[in-house]
Design a protein around this ligand. Sequence first.
Ligand code: NAP
Length: 240
Amino acid sequence: MLLEMKRALITGANRGIGLALAEALVNRGVFVFAGARKPDNASELDRLREHHRGLIEIIPLEVTSDESVRRCADTVKGVSGTLDILVNNAAVFLEETNTGLAALDLDWFAETVAVNVGGVARVTRALLPLLGAAEQPCIVNISSGAGSIGDKTDHHYYCYGASKAALNHFTVGLAHELRPGGIVVVALSPGWVRTDMGGPGGELTPEESASAIADTILKLEPADSGCFLDRLGRKGKYVW
Ligand SMILES: NC(=O)c1ccc[n+]([C@@H]2O[C@H](COP(=O)([O-])OP(=O)(O)OC[C@H]3O[C@@H](n4cnc5c(N)ncnc54)[C@H](OP(=O)(O)O)[C@@H]3O)[C@@H](O)[C@H]2O)c1
């Protein structure tokens, strides 16, 4: 059965949008490799796997670790040989308040960029050979409106915003590099979602956001590569 299915790897799939996206993709007939940095502590993901037996494989994945990422790629290779969809979803948001410059912990820059940009680059590089072996592969970098420079009107979230702006830059560069090989690369904002990161005031449930994202992923085409999409796949809703 796996041979006939599309296969996706989602980083940070143990909670929040990543967990909901795992379910949304499985419900659309996609086999999901679900990355979790602490799989022993991923009870909701365990329940999802039990519910969809044989359709979800949980893989230990710490995106800042070369060793962990290499093992993850080896596991995907061993199970399926190719990968159709890579969703770089894992991220950190260390500024819980709208910290101004004076109170900012400058170490947050390094830590945030290491996960939100370096982690994406590390995972993507390790999975590229498997993506290159798929028929219509795509890489979806989960970005944020907070990464937009054109829409920036406040002083909030220096580290997180800078990391997502850098991720957007990386996305466009990668889209150029991988276009000749037919790999579509997009930045996609999920909207404001009620997760640990988004908080209780978010406009969307993780399921609402993930359902739209899953539909968008399955409709991606070459003309989308290098674009900044919203969850519904619309271009121009977010400016760079
Ligand atoms: N929620 C929103 O409103 C919103 C808005 C715009 C964009 N986004 C983006 O959407 C994506 C998902 O956000 P979310 O709201 O679902 O966040 P979340 O609930 O905080 O979940 C973050 C996920 O990333 C994982 N993660 C963090 N650091 C990691 C690392 N070093 N290695 C591997 N996994 C790591 C976490 O794992 P642990 O459980 O082990 O910590 C968790 O699974 C992120 O890229 C975020 O920037 C969210």
